[in-house]
Design a protein around this ligand. Structure first.
Ligand code: ADP
Ligand code: MG
Length: 266
């Protein structure tokens, strides 16, 4: 199991005709392989930037990141990304979307077909292989995106608000699917979300991030994701322990927003 290591990472964007933006400053953490980390924080605190650095899409302006001891210097098949929406290939059907990675790698056709069938089952889309992307609901499209990512068998799955565009009910179902996939695959997951409830429910570790400069404000170890594998989601989210943590984090974020607003008012 490969550990993810982030060491004193900083990211400064150069902005035309303005001061540079410190999207991340001195971010350091180690994440053991197989954990589910959620990133929560107000817009602009560097969540997407951090994911892009882990994916290797962006090089940090200071510090370094590594996976299993190997420096991350660019995109690689050991890391897969799931975006909020719209990242599927509209001109390919469901099956071909999922088979995309293995096909690019010239994987054996029969083996790929079997793998796709298996993944369709895993994400609850058995029988949908020959559907076109536009025929699917938003939730189903995100199931395809998850399956496509899993088809490359990455060590780490990076998700940038993957459920953000879904209606409440679909979102709950998808949260359960994320937990199921986490359990069944044992993969490391880093998931960005705007929802306190989602961050608490899915994260067995949770970072609350703060902006200006983007940084990790709090690092929580949480029990709910593991409990959620066996207990009904609604029941868990209504438990006193869950509500207590939710209120704690809400007030932390509330204070943060107040400070930001204060800054802007002055
Ligand atoms: N390509 C870019 N050029 C300049 N500034 C950027 C760029 N990408 C992000 N930023 C800025 O960096 C900060 C962090 O952005 P981002 O990582 O997208 O935050 P989040 O995902 O938490 O909303 C924001 O202030 C944003 O405006
Ligand atoms: Mg973002």
């Amino acid at each position: 199991m490969k550990n993810l290591s982030v060491d004193a990472v900083g990211m400064e964007y150069q902005v035309p005709r303005g001061a540079s933006v410190e999207a991340l400053k001195d971010v350091s953490f180690d994440l053991e392989g197989g954990r589910l980390l959620t990133l929560l924080g107000p817009s602009g605190c560097g969540k997407t930037t951090l994911l892009n650095i882990l994916a290797g899409f962006l090089a940090p302006t200071s510090g370094s990141v590594s996976l299993g001891g190997a420096p991350i210097t660019g995109p690689g098949q050991d890391r897969g990304m799931v975006f909020q929406q719209g990242a599927l290939f509209e001109w390919l059907n469901v099956e071909k979307n999922i088979a995309f990675g293995p096909s690019m790698n010239r994987a054996d056709k029969a083996a790929t077909k079997a793998k796709v069938e298996d993944l369709l089952n895993t994400v609850g889309l058995a029988g949908f292989g020959d559907k076109q992307i536009y025929e699917l609901s938003g939730g189903m499209q995100q199931r395809v995106a998850l399956a496509r990512c899993l088809a490359n068998d990455p060590d780490v799955i990076l998700m940038d608000e993957p459920l953000g565009a879904l209606d409440a009910l679909t979102r709950e179902k998808m949260q359960a699917l994320v937990l199921k996939l986490w359990q069944e695959t044992g993969k490391t997951i880093v998931l960005v979300t705007h929802s306190v409830e989602e961050a608490l429910y899915l994260g067995d570790r949770l970072f609350v991030m703060a902006p200006r400069p983007g940084r990790i404000e709090r690092d929580y170890e949480l029990p709910f994701a593991k409990i959620g594998l066996d207990v009904d989601a609604r029941e868990l989210k209504a438990s006193p322990e869950f509500i207590e943590k939710r209120e704690e984090i809400l007030s932390l974020i509330w204070d943060m927003e107040e400070q930001i607003m204060g800054h802007e008012g002055n």
